[in-house]
Design a protein around this ligand. Structure first.
Ligand SMILES: [Zn+2]
Length: 109
């Protein structure tokens, strides 16, 4: 069954399948090497702010966008080195060592 619409301008169809979930499925099936998912600005804007992490590198580097596929797992970003960590791991390391496990920067709170 196909639907036909007459008189419509060719509009970009909204993506019915979540590209991240689709990619995850291929990955779990032992798929090819990692390729980042590319989405349009519109799709990015539709994503929940709580599941998208933006790593803002200084110019001339580009911003990196990450999407958490496991919303139950809390993620924290080090304000010094920009790395993302599982909050539990980061806090444990921070409490034990007193600094970020990657850049060893102390956060003044
Ligand atoms: Zn750090």
């Amino acid at each position: 069954m196909q639907s036909l619409r007459l008189g419509d301008d060719p509009v970009e169809e909204p993506e019915t399948e979540d590209p991240f979930t689709a990619r995850l499925m291929t990955f779990e099936q032992g798929g090819s090497e990692f390729k980042p998912v590319v989405v349009s600005r519109t799709v990015l804007q539709m994503m929940s702010r709580t599941e998208v992490y933006v790593v803002k590198w200084p110019k001339p580097l580009k911003f990196q966008f990450f999407r958490s596929l496991l919303p139950d797992i809390s993620i924290i970003q080090c304000s010094s080195c920009n790395r993302l960590f599982h909050t539990d791991d980061f806090e444990l390391q921070y409490l034990q060592k007193g600094y970020c496990p990657f850049c060893r920067n102390k956060h003044e709170d």
